[in-house]
Design a protein around this ligand. Structure first.
Ligand code: SAH
Length: 225
């Protein structure tokens, strides 16, 4: 692994353009083929959501550490989850697990409005600052335990959870509109999790297993930062 340090020089604009091109090429090779999703990911600079030591790694396909001991997800997973969500321009979307704000920013390019919640106030505040800096105005970021959803804005056309629970939290299922889709990682341990897609039908819920993934756990209550 390359040694990283503050002495690493910033990228030149030519290097940056090259890395961004490779980034999109790589997303396609990982199965992110939906043109609208690729356009959104081309537009939203992941580099804006990764600070400090790891900034030069923003265009690599790996999760990276952010504040509060959390991680910004791997871009190919962000792409595949966004694609599975099949967001339409009039949709109202709920994201549980703001983290850096990157996933919410990608969704903001595809939906009418995005509500994103995180249990860490610090993460919500810094994500808001990035949204402002990027002139994104259709995201509402709230500090909240998202396992209970956001009843006052329900129902949602789409729900995405970016932290793993044992099962889909029932308040989230209840806040999904009929015909709506929820994408989330589920699993009983840190090591074994599956990404699943839940579709609300007239009579109940359809479940589809998409792929193995690894996310930080969905925890109860607010964080202390
Ligand atoms: N989507 C993020 C990555 C999320 S990491 C991005 O694009 O960067 C998972 C996040 O879920 C963490 O920030 C964690 O604090 C948050 N989280 C975990 N349990 C939660 C809960 N019950 N309610 C809200 N957020 C939660």
């Amino acid at each position: 692994m390359t040694q990283l340090g503050p002495q690493e020089p910033p990228l030149t604009s030519a290097e940056l353009a090259e890395r961004k091109m490779q980034f999109l090429f790589h997303l396609r090779s990982k199965g992110v083929t939906d043109a609208r999703v690729l356009t959104a990911m081309e537009k939203i600079d992941r580099g804006a959501f990764v600070r400090g030591l790891f900034a030069t790694r923003a265009y690599e396909d790996m999760p990276l550490p952010i504040a509060c001991g959390q991680t910004i997800s791997q871009p190919s997973v962000v792409g595949l989850m966004t694609q599975a969500l099949n967001v339409q321009p009039r949709h109202k979307v709920l994201e549980v697990g703001t983290g850096s704000g990157y996933q919410a920013a990608v969704l903001s390019q595809l939906a009418r409005r995005v509500y994103t919640v995180d249990r860490f106030r610090l993460l919500v505040q810094s994500a808001r600052a990035v949204f402002d800096a990027l002139n994104i105005t259709n995201i509402t970021a709230i500090t909240l335990d998202g396992s209970f959803g956001l009843a006052e804005q329900a129902p949602f056309d789409r729900i995405i959870v970016t932290a793993a629970a044992e099962d889909p939290p029932s308040p989230l299922l209840a806040q999904l509109r009929e015909g709506g889709i929820m994408v989330l990682p589920v699993g009983q341990s840190d090591a074994v999790q599956s990404l699943i897609k839940v579709t609300r039908t007239e009579t109940g819920f359809d479940y589809e297993e998409l792929r193995p993934v690894r996310f930080v756990p969905l925890l109860e209550g607010l964080g202390n930062e």
